[in-house]
Design a protein around this ligand. Sequence first.
Ligand code: GLV
Length: 322
Amino acid sequence: MKVFIARPFHQPAAKLLNSKYDVEVWKETTTPPPEILKEKVSTCHAIMTEGFDPINKEILASAENLRIISNRAVGTDNIDIKEATQKKILVGNTPGVLHDSCADFTMGLILSLSRNIFRSAHMVKSKKWEKLDQYSYLGSDLHNKTIGIIGMGQIAQAVAKRCKGFETRILYFSRTRKLELEKSLGLEWCDDINDLLKTSDIVSLHLPLTDTTRHLIGTRELSLMKKSAFLINTSRGAVVNQNDLVTALKNNSIAGAAIDVTVPEPIPTNHPLLSLDNLIITPHIASAAKSTFENMGIMAAENIISALSGTPMPSCINPEAL
Ligand code: GLV
């Protein structure tokens, strides 16, 4: 059977797959062009993709023998799941191996933003440290503050765990209430997202992108937040209405934002977001710690091996495709 791996970075995963299948590895470091993806979904039984590779209806129209799309990501919004399911193609993802890395990164963003670490370090490196002046860099403490976490999946839980260590009050809003976690992590449930937005000093988003969560945060939500509050987004860019975020940051209707995800990615160099001082943007790297990157690749390979051998996949998001 033929397997296509859409990046050259995943040697341990490729080694696993090589021992069983005829494996082709894309040599470039960016998404294969649509014509290549079309060819691969038509000739291969499995493809291993990155979370940014668009596997849409048009690409899937060429799928003939494809049995699995194995995404090296937890999010699968890059794939037309409905179409894949209709074509009896399984979709795999990689939860359970990246939440701690994403949570570490989220804490990094929170502290970089609230304590002006990024802004002040940038000032020093730009050779603008001309006088000793702490006043221009007075930040906001994390301890004793209130964080509002939206979503309470694995990444959100790992963020909450870390925030407990920082002695923050932790509010959360999610589809399902998690009583056990409320006890063990001291979380407080908000059944109304507006209450969380109004009360939190930091709002952190940890949701998949779906029709329900697209533009969940826009002008109305941003205006409910405190003027001193920060927004952190490591989920998907489209969970926030980006134009509304630009306006809110320009008007200082919130104090700042740190985002690891944008629409589109990469963000165009002339985008208004890039001219804002109260914003940190990183290039979608929350999970990108060495060992996590490798483990995600291995899990994606294991999803392929299970799907092609007809055994239960470590993580399948559309088992009904069978
Ligand atoms: C990264 O964004 C992922 O979905 O794993």
